[in-house]
Design a protein around this ligand. Structure first.
Ligand code: SAM
Length: 346
């Protein structure tokens, strides 16, 4: 497993040794020594245990560095290193909390299950996740709003020929262009979402009409709760209804603030949404949600009437679907709301 990771990776072993990343300092009997702990050495140890030392040597000589000064090694895909090198300051207004936890990144990319697929990433940031995605996906289109990250991204994504960067606001960009770039096939979304704009981005994805098979989203735990929320919960609203109608949600991992740089003030959760096929009437449900959640304190009946639906029609549709017109939308299950939408907007 480790051999595969090395051979297929961009890691430059010679430089890894020279720069000594992945070393930790140990001090046996008062003397300071350096003890390797990176994957290269785990691999060597494993090979030695198996009595196959030569395999490591073959791998080592095969991977002699042909690059000039600083290769883009995995160790270089380190948030603080990249920020220092390119003299970057995270832009809080753009929700720039960069992931700084390699283990978490690996779990997210593994959980996203994107091998050979067309991937859409929102917010490339410093490119650490983008680079990992490019190793597994067939093609990655990454949309990033901040042009100030262009330089660091061209460094971090050097050699990633299957990545297309799109510098644009995801909320305004042309989605059909993204679909075209991904060669018209199904799309899997992977994103560490900027917190300030999580809901509009999720809504745009859900309503996009793109053939999105799955969405692996890193977001504030409170926002993640909406994908699981049941009627009468605080988190139950249009996003919960619309997402649960089309996708089943599962939680991959929780991430503490320490997994990011700079640290956000909140906990994060990685959620994977997987498409439920064969659901009709999605647009009608969106239309209904816009009406019945327009004023959360009002009853369904009053919201429908305020939205221009004649009283008799509203009452008849509610009766047909067994939805109490005097209830609030937040108390009604997704399937009942879908039935109401179908009855109203036939
Ligand atoms: N993917 C990177 C990571 O995991 O470290 C960065 C994640 S950071 C939380 C969110 C990124 O989204 C930032 O790079 C930010 O500039 C970008 N961003 C913010 N608003 C955006 C928008 N409307 N459209 C596209 N990208 C946006």
């Amino acid at each position: 497993e480790i051999a595969q990771c090395l051979v297929g990776s961009e890691m430059c072993i010679r430089d890894r040794l020279r720069h000594r990343p992945g070393y930790r300092r140990v001090s046996p009997r008062g003397k300071r020594h350096e003890k390797p702990c990176g994957p290269v050495f785990q691999y060597r140890r494993r090979m030695q245990t198996l009595g196959e030392k030569t395999k490591f040597q073959d791998l080592y000589s095969e991977k002699q560095c042909s690059c000039s000064e600083e290769p883009i090694g995995m160790d270089k895909l380190n948030t603080k290193y990249l920020m220092n090198r390119f003299d970057l300051k995270p832009n809080k207004a753009l929700g720039q909390n960069f992931i700084d936890d390699r283990g978490a990144l690996e779990s997210i990319v593994d959980g996203a299950d994107i091998d050979g697929k067309g991937v859409l990433e929102i917010g490339a940031g410093l490119g650490t996740m983008t680079r990992m995605l490019s190793k597994r996906a067939r093609h990655v289109v990454s949309v990033e709003i901040d042009r100030g990250l262009e330089q660091v991204l061209s460094f971090a994504l050097e050699g990633c020929d299957n990545v297309t960067m799109l510098f644009s606001d995801f909320l305004k960009c042309d989605l059909s262009l993204i679909h075209e770039m991904l060669k018209g096939e199904t799309i899997d979304v992977v994103a560490n979402l900027p917190y300030y704009v999580t809901t509009p981005i999720c809504m745009r994805l859900l309503k996009s009409g793109l053939p999105i098979e799955s969405m692996t989203l890193m977001l504030q735990s409170e926002a993640a709760a909406r994908f699981f929320a049941q009627p009468s919960c605080r988190a139950y609203g249009p996003l919960a209804v619309i997402s649960q109608y089309q996708y089943t949600a599962s939680k991959l991992i929780d991430l503490p603030p320490e997994s990011y740089y700079p640290m956000p003030e909140v906990e994060s959760t990685v959620v994977k949404l997987t498409r439920i096929h064969g659901r009709e009437g999605f647009n009608k449900l969106c239309r209904l949600c816009a009406l019945v959640f327009a004023n959360r304190r009002k009853t369904i009946q009053n919201n429908l009437i305020s939205g221009g639906i004649p009283r008799e029609e509203a009452l008849a549709a509610c009766a047909q679907c067994g939805v109490p017109p005097s209830a609030r939308a937040e108390a009604i299950a997704v399937d009942s709301l879908a039935a109401l939408a179908a009855a109203l907007f036939d």
